[in-house]
Design a protein around this ligand. Structure first.
Ligand code: XMP
Length: 319
């Protein structure tokens, strides 16, 4: 009989057998997948695991400190916090094409990770939180011929040229199973229950050119939207929710004055594995209350829309 406790034991044994006395490095993204992979590998080989958290400047509000704090203090893992915000945002200046953005971020991510890895003596293995759906979606889409919809940057997609062997203890699992395993391993429930967050981060929620100003506005608006969802007890009913900032300013009125600020879109979907998704049916009061809060609390936004596109034909992210 298959149980999560059984899976955990078996996975721990398999990791020990594969890794032996060598060192494992793991790119922590703050997402559930890499977090659970790290916790599992830490259980198997303890301080032979060194995690690298690359801060690309495209994280959500307070995310970097939360993730590093939790892994270092709560879980006792060795974590290197690579603060490379300037490097990523610099390289993205003036870039608006979605695939180019993804390639720049993915490429730099590899460079940074490689630099960190080179400093860790005796590293022979690379841990990745690859899930079963990642394995399939990169191969085919809707059962049809192999088509690349978006070039996925996963903390997954690290290069073969690194000369490290892969440790991928989650390859057989779906997202809900990864969450169950995370709880089994003692990760805090609120952390394990977090919505997925893509490797390229806020970059793909900021269509058009990425600027520090837009990122700052986006972070605040996103935090208000998520706060609303939590206050209304809806967080766990939603697969993923976020705000995207639109590359357009529109006219509004505030008090006696005219405003000319950014528009944003709220996105919230239900899904089982991210491959298809339905729009979350918020009631109207929730939507207008949230729109009011965003406009009142976030400087730089004067118009809020709700994205009602399912996947397909839309994708979950905006780029
Ligand atoms: P889309 O936008 O393709 O997203 O419908 C499906 C799911 O995948 C996540 N996503 C990514 N995750 N690297 C990741 O690690 C990526 O490059 C990436 N692109 C999309 C997205 O957040 C959603 O959960």
């Amino acid at each position: 009989d298959w149980t999560m406790a059984g899976y955990r034991e078996q996975a721990v044994e398999a990791i020990r057998a594969q890794v032996g006395e060598a060192k494992v490095i793991c790119a922590l993204s703050g997402g559930v997948d890499s977090s659970v992979a790290a916790a599992l590998i830490h259980e198997a080989v303890g301080d032979q695991l060194v995690c690298v958290f690359v801060d690309h400047g495209l994280l959500r509000k307070d995310e970097g400190a939360e993730v590093v704090g939790m892994f270092r203090d709560h879980m006792n893992l060795q974590v290197i916090h690579a603060e490379e915000q300037e490097r990523f945002l610099g390289a993205l200046e003036g870039v608006s094409d979605p695939e180019t953005k993804r390639k720049i971020i993915g490429g730099l991510f590899i460079d940074v990770f490689q630099e960190q890895a080179d400093r860790i003596e005796g590293a022979r293995f690379l841990a990745q939180g690859t899930l079963y759906p990642d394995v399939i979606e990169s191969v085919s889409f809707s059962g049809g011929p192999s088509v690349t919809i978006k070039s996925h940057h996963n903390v997954g997609g690290l290069p073969e040229t690194m000369n490290l062997e892969l440790v991928e203890p989650l390859r057989e699992l779906f997202k809900d199973e990864v969450r169950a395993l995370g709880r089994e391993l003692g990760l805090p429930a609120h952390f394990v229950g977090r919505h997925p967050f893509p490797g390229p981060g806020l970059a793909i929620r900021c269509p058009g050119e990425i600027t520090r100003e837009k990122l700052a506005i986006l972070r605040e608006a996103d935090a208000v939207f998520i706060d609303q969802i939590r206050r209304h007890g809806l967080y766990d009913e939603i697969w993923q929710a976020f705000v995207a900032i639109l590359p357009v300013r529109t006219v509004g009125v505030m008090g006696d004055g005219r405003t000319y600020d950014y528009a944003c879109a709220m996105r919230a979907v239900r899904s089982v594995d991210g491959m298809t998704a339905d729009v979350f049916p918020f009631d109207h009061d929730f939507l207008s209350e949230t729109a009011n809060r965003i406009i009142n609390e976030v400087r730089g936004i004067n118009r809020v829309t709700y994205d009602v596109t399912s996947k397909p034909p839309g994708t979950i992210e905006w780029e």
